[in-house]
Ligand binder design. Structure first.
Ligand code: PLP
Length: 452
């Protein structure tokens, strides 16, 4: 760290030092030594258009020059309306009202609170418990952490967490309910679904306000899509017991999986979709939720139109300007087409890598949200000990070689199971994709030597 004598930054890991980034260009980041990193995970699956897009930077600067802050409890801007309209039109039918926050955790926190208020004001006073899934991440605030299943992040705060319930999400490659995939899918009595109903009945349907899930599980499991029909069954259960269905698209939204929202691929209409990351392509902290007309009608009728909630930076004009400019780039540059094309290419290249490296036991994902499950030996189905930190170490090697991936652990039961997410910017080129695969390939070879 040239010129920095004392480190005043409170990092998540105070014992670690990170490269100082000076700038970015397209899919690459550059550190102060001039070393470049191919951003094969778009930061935290957020920098979805890469770096240096001047139209977005200029839109933000223009807005900052005009009005730096507009308090949305007193005023509105045309840009706010335009962004809400653009997002509302991209969302599934009947989801039309858009509420803005600054991050995904806040978006989910808002959705959980809206579900509670919606039921309470309609006279369903007891409905307050949320059912989430162990293999899920919804954020770090107390509500969103309570809904999610990140065991490592939850552990220290156990006494503070809310009394939310959890089931396992479908992971047919390694079923947490010990079912055999073909048998389970053909019989239609999927334990990952019947367990939700068991949980609802155990808690008492009159107490359950919402069920929350990612359409494709991201950081907690490594890009795992559900079996076809899973969410239809979940939707039926939610309808039967008057439970709101919240679909967390913070990672999957805005083209990441090949459609505007992954919800389009799971074939249901949720009550609330939460979003973040890709909406501004990481150029500004921007997130929010899109709410079904029925919920909005309920709030108008039973709550005098008031959602008892709010953030200072909700709908911040500079972030809104970034969102509008980013969504324009997605459209102008036919980004969705590129996601479909490069996503398929990446999937096939990862399957090739699987043939070569016994560390890879599964390749999965949609669009440019791809994941691989890492094991010590595929033939013997030998898992890594969590203490070996396999995914972290593999990513460390890749960073030395000039590419950064998104490592994760706990994909099987919250403690065991290692995975790596590959999620480059959505405008990635084929040449860059080949470089990603080459570096991953080399990283596995070095990793194997290190394990000897
Ligand atoms: N939900 C999902 C699915 C996420 O992947 C994340 C972040 O990784 C969040 C919520 C939390 O978003 P944020 O970190 O912006 O608060």
């Amino acid at each position: 760290m040239d010129g920095i004598k004392k480190d005043y930054v409170f990092h998540r890991d105070l014992k670690k030092k990170y490269p100082i980034i000076t700038h970015g260009e397209g899919s690459y980041l550059f550190d102060e030594s001039g070393k470049k990193y191919l951003d094969a995970c778009s930061g935290a699956v957020a920098a979805n258009l890469g770096h240096g897009i001047t139209s977005i930077g200029e839109a933000m600067a223009e807005q900052a020059k005009k009005a730096a802050f507009v308090h949305t409890m007193r005023f509105e801007t045309k840009a706010l309306h335009l962004l809400a309209e653009t997002i509302g039109k991209m969302a599934p039918d009947h989801l039309n009202k858009v509420y803005f926050t600054t991050g995904g955790s806040e978006a989910n926190e808002s959705a959980l609170k809206l579900a509670r208020q919606y039921h309470r004001d309609a006279g369903r006073h007891q409905k307050h418990i949320v059912i989430g899934r162990w293999q899920s991440y919804h954020g770090n605030t107390i509500g969103s952490l309570s809904a999610g299943g990140d065991v490592k992040r939850r552990h220290a705060y156990t006494p503070n967490l809310l009394n939310y319930a959890h089931v396992y999400s479908p992971y047919c490659h390694r079923c947490p309910y010990d079912r055999q995939k073909d048998d389970c899918l053909s019989k239609q009595n999927w334990t990952c679904v019947t367990d939700i109903e068991r949980s609802i009945l155990e808690l008492g349907p009159e107490n359950v306000s919402a069920f929350i899930a990612e359409p494709i599980v991201g950081s907690q499991q490594g890009a795992v899509p559900p079996p076809l029909g899973y969410f239809k069954k979940v939707r039926e259960l939610c309808d039967r017991y008057q439970i709101l269905l919240i679909i967390d698209e913070v990672m999957t939204g805005f083209g990441r999986t090949g459609t505007n929202f992954a919800t389009e691929q799971i074939g249901i209409v949720p009550d609330i979709i939460t979003f973040g990351k890709g909406v501004s392509a990481g150029y500004a902290p921007l997130a929010g939720m899109i709410v079904h007309d029925q919920v909005i009608e309920g709030i108008i009728e039973n709550s005098d139109g008031k959602f008892i909630h709010g953030y200072t930076y909700s709908g911040h004009p500079v972030a809104v300007a970034a969102g509008l400019a980013a969504l324009d780039v997605y459209k102008q540059d036919s980004v969705l087409e590129n996601v479909k094309k490069q996503g398929l290419y990446l999937f096939n290249r990862l399957l090739e890598l699987k043939q070569k490296h016994a560390f890879i036991s599964d390749v999965r994902g949609r669009g440019l949200l791809m994941g691989i499950e890492l094991v010590k030996d595929r033939e013997q189905d030998l898992l890594f000990d969590p203490a070996e930190k396999a995914a972290e170490r593999l990513n460390g090697i890749a960073m030395e070689l000039g590419a950064v991936f998104y490592p994760g652990s706990g994909s099987i039961d919250g403690t065991k199971g290692e995975h790596l997410i590959i999620s480059p910017p959505l405008n990635v080129t084929k040449t860059e994709m080949d470089e990603i695969v080459r570096i991953l390939d080399e990283s596995f070879t070095i990793f194997k030597l290190q394990l000897r």
